[in-house]
Design a protein around this ligand. Structure first.
Ligand SMILES: [Zn+2]
Length: 160
């Protein structure tokens, strides 16, 4: 296999990669192919849909209010457009867009409804509605990155 940029030889290693689709998300044990000539990197991510579901399941269990990038990520995991989400949430696509741009705070009810939609649609085991009472916007709450480890063609959440 050769580099797409310069056709130089690729050298495969295994390492960690910060997922481009969602900030603060580390993927470990992934195959990284680096070009020996130009240093271009290719990251091999098998089973992307499963990877995104594993990350989504981790996200909705977190006690911190969703930030805009997380909200958008979960909407996309559901396969919904902004209009789809607006219809289901009883709001407008403009409001959804403002939540996802960070122009207005995400409604606490929208945060909870999105979590339930992910739990229902993906589906997620043992999701407790009681935990929705514990969500906080506390900026001081420590947010550990989400870490997901590749195991063959499978993805598993990794304890921080
Ligand atoms: Zn190259």
């Amino acid at each position: 296999m050769n580099c797409l940029m310069c056709n130089g030889p690729l050298v495969a290693t295994t390492g960690s990669y910060e997922y481009a689709s969602l900030p603060d998300t580390m993927l470990t044990n992934v195959e990284i192919r680096r070009c020996a000539t130009c240093d271009e990197e290719e990251v091999v991510l098998p089973q992307l849909a499963q990877l995104n579901r594993v990350i989504a399941a981790e996200l909705i269990r977190r006690p911190q209010a969703l930030v805009p990038a997380q909200f958008r990520f979960l909407r996309k995991v559901l396969g919904w457009s902004g209009v789809d989400l607006a219809r289901r949430f009883g709001t407008t696509k403009e409001t959804v867009s403002r939540w996802e741009n960070g122009h207005i705070p995400i409604s606490p009810m929208a945060d909870r409804f999105l979590r339930l939609a992910v739990a229902y649609e993906t589906p997620v085991q043992d999701y407790r509605i009681h935990d929705l009472a514990m969500l906080t916007r506390d900026a001081e709450a420590l947010v550990a990155p989400i870490t997901v480890r590749r195991s063959g063609d499978d993805w598993r959440p990794q304890a921080a």
